[in-house]
Design a protein around this ligand. Structure first.
Ligand code: ZN
Ligand code: ZN
Length: 154
């Protein structure tokens, strides 16, 4: 489900879990109302239902935060979020958010990118996740420093 974090996949995942919860509740207490498990089910059944509920909430939160990010990015870039490409890895920003990391804005040029390890130049150690400049700004930011090193070595 994290391979390509599209809304469709999240909704599919949530639906599958809801159906599973209903089927399990019927198996446990012969009722399609999951709350009945808490009132008349055994301890094991309650634990199983709680785990599903927690996982459901977790996926729902991910889905909501991804949706919020999508809206935010689209507003900032004035383009549909799905059209945007990460300047680091060159992959679609939203579709690969699950693989690389939730998109984050570059503090210098405001370009949204993943900021994930795969989006950095491999020869450089990745900086802190937030407020780390995108690869193109990273380049410019480091240039004076490299010159300094060259002077020291000379
Ligand atoms: Zn990327
Ligand atoms: Zn930048």
């Amino acid at each position: 489900m994290y391979a390509q974090a599209t809304p469709k996949r999240f909704l599919g995942c949530l639906t599958a879990m809801a159906v599973l919860a209903l089927l399990l509740s019927f198996a446990f207490v012969r009722s399609f109302n999951p709350w009945r498990v808490y009132t008349s089910g055994g301890l094991g059944a309650k634990i199983v239902m709680t785990v599903i509920a927690l996982y459901f909430a977790f996926v729902l939160m991910q889905f909501l935060s991804l949706s919020m990010t999508r809206i935010f990015i689209a507003k900032a870039a004035n383009r549909p979020a799905d059209d945007l490409v990460c300047p680091g890895c060159g992959k679609p920003l939203m579709a690969f958010a699950g693989v690389y990391r939730m998109p984050t804005p570059c503090p210098l040029c405001r370009t949204w990118w993943h900021g994930g390890p795969a989006c950095y130049d491999k020869s450089r150690p990745p900086g802190p996740r937030f407020l780390s400049p995108c690869p193109s700004c990273h380049e410019e930011e480091e240039a004076p420093e490299r010159e300094l090193y060259r002077d020291l070595e000379a």
